[in-house]
Design a protein around this ligand. Structure first.
Ligand SMILES: [Cu+2]
Length: 501
């Protein structure tokens, strides 16, 4: 843990005698530097100022435990990737080196940045070529807990995309830090060794309000029955053999050492490619202060956190139950295979204890305001449907009847700059979908019939056969990708492009 936090600054490439550093470059000015190039004294590469950060994409090993070492694609040879601490509005230059044999993309999840550096092919960001490099410059915003991860399509290849270990946390420091905690701990929840399986239902009974919309349920169940009657099996799902927090299986990393009375701010990200995660710490409660890095209107204590793929929760835990505890996922099988971390109070020892928390239903709206959000200028309706096992055994996903085409990459929704849009989403499947909007934050305005306001996010879980509404302002022109963050869903159609100038 300490090493991970200490490794905040990305490694820098080696420099030779001929390289100019940033100060020299600025002093010489570009004309002098180019003259130097013309004279053959230094090459163009030497004239370039050094980046603030360097990310190196390459195959490497993750030691989840002494018995479980996995080979996968990593950032800077480590998992999680280095914690990148940016300052809000302070421009940073990042060099991305791709040492693999396939083109890559680094997506800056949750940041309000231009399409060409957001790191998605659908928005027009260039790939980082195989064995090549790309330099980007970005103005980090908004402040709070963000993260970075690969955005390449994996399809049926479980060695690509977010099935690999290409993920790391980003913290954008605000201009003013309200404090109120003693220390921060970053936790990245992540599974390893994915395999395909048939069927298998995802947990969805964790929602406080599991009520289904009858018309959506009828449509989804009828479609499923028809598919089964035609002789199709259930479409593929992905399962995992090993689970970890910060790249270590439960009991194999350094414990998080705490003192009685300490207030620890946990920044938790679900780095899964496909799964919903939960987190509990016996005898303790989480005061949720931010969702997806954005402060919530009403910080409230809850016994359990639930996070869809790519969601983040920042929560303060007051350490007032001395002992040695397992902080882990509620799923017993997944915790047994590593999804947890030990919390150890000073002066305490012994076997870490786990206790199942009281049943608790997850409800975003308790952290929000109960009043109605601002009226939107326009409402865009979307219905999500599953075409069971339609693509070589994989489920095909559609938005308003259209599966996204990676060949055409055509925008589905044309927006007008400055307008406030409401996305009214209807889920005609029994899966929970963590839907994500790029390059914008949205406000939750209605969840399963319940109005809310003031909660700003970039991923939100839409329950099976439920409805959800979010609002966003079209204030960052360019191509903008909307998709389900479940890798298996997005790769098989569950994406749409917005565009506006
Ligand atoms: Cu989905």
């Amino acid at each position: 843990m300490a090493g991970y936090l200490a490794g905040a600054r990305a490694e820098q490439p080696g420099r030779d005698r001929m390289t100019l550093d940033r100060r020299e470059f600025l002093r010489l000015g570009s004309a002098a530097a180019l003259a130097a190039t013309a004279a053959g004294r230094v090459s163009r590469a030497d004239v370039e100022p050094r980046p603030d950060y360097t990310l190196r994409i390459a195959t490497g090993l993750v030691e989840l435990s002494p018995e479980h070492i996995v080979s996968t694609t990593l950032y800077n040879g480590q998992f999680p990737g280095p914690l990148l601490r940016f300052k809000e509005g302070k421009r940073v230059t990042i060099d991305i080196h791709n040492e693999t044999n396939t083109p890559e993309l680094v997506h800056w999840h949750g940041q309000i940045i231009p399409s060409d550096i957001d790191g998605t092919a659908e928005e027009g960001s260039p790939y980082v070529p195989a064995h090549g490099r790309r330099r980007i410059t970005l103005l980090p915003r908004p402040s709070g807990f963000r993260f970075y991860h690969t955005h390449v399509a994996a399809g049926g290849d479980l060695n690509r995309g977010t099935y690999t270990a290409q993920a790391g946390p980003v913290y954008i420091e605000p201009r003013l830090d309200p404090g109120g905690y003693d220390r921060e701990v970053f936790l990245v929840m992540k599974e390893f060794l994915p395999t395909l399986s048939r069927g298998g239902d995802m947990a969805s009974d964790f929602l406080a309000n599991p009520a289904r919309v009858k018309s959506l349920e009828d449509a989804g169940e009828n479609a499923m029955r028809a598919s089964m009657a035609s002789g199709r099996p259930h479409g593929y799902e992905v399962g995992y053999s090993l689970f970890s927090i910060n790249g270590r299986m439960l009991g194999h990393g350094e414990p998080i050492r705490v003192k009685q009375g300490e207030r620890v701010l946990f920044h938790v990200v679900n780095g899964s490619a496909t799964e919903i995660r939960s987190l509990a710490l016996p005898g303790h409660r989480f005061e949720v202060v931010a969702l997806d890095g954005n402060p919530v209107p009403k910080p409230i204590e809850v016994p359990v956190l639930w996070l869809g793929t790519a969601e983040r929760v920042s929560a303060i835990v007051e350490m007032k139950m001395p002992g040695v505890w397992v902080m882990g996922d509620l799923a017993d099988d997944d915790r047994a295979k590593g999804m947890g971390v030990v919390i150890e109070y000073a002066g305490r020892s012994g076997k870490p204890k786990w206790a199942k928390p009281v049943p608790y239903g997850w409800d975003y709206t308790i952290f929000g305001k109960q009043d109605q959000a601002t009226t939107p200028d326009e409402t865009i309706e979307m219905i999500f449907e599953k075409n069971n096992a339609a693509l070589d055994g994989f489920n095909e996903w559609t938005i308003n009847g259209v599966a996204f085409s990676m060949e055409k990459m055509e925008p589905m929704f044309h927006l007008h700059r400055g307008k406030r849009y409401r996305l009214k989403m209807r889920n005609a499947s029994d899966d929970v979908h963590p839907v994500h909007l790029h390059r914008h934050s949205f406000e939750l305005t209605r969840i399963a019939g319940k109005p809310t306001s003031g909660i700003i996010k970039d991923v939100v879980m839409l329950g099976g056969y439920q409805e959800l509404e979010v609002d966003f302002i079209a204030d960052n022109p360019g191509r903008t990708l909307f998709h389900c963050h479940q890798q298996l869903h997005m790769d098989f159609g569950f994406m749409a492009l917005f565009d506006y100038v």
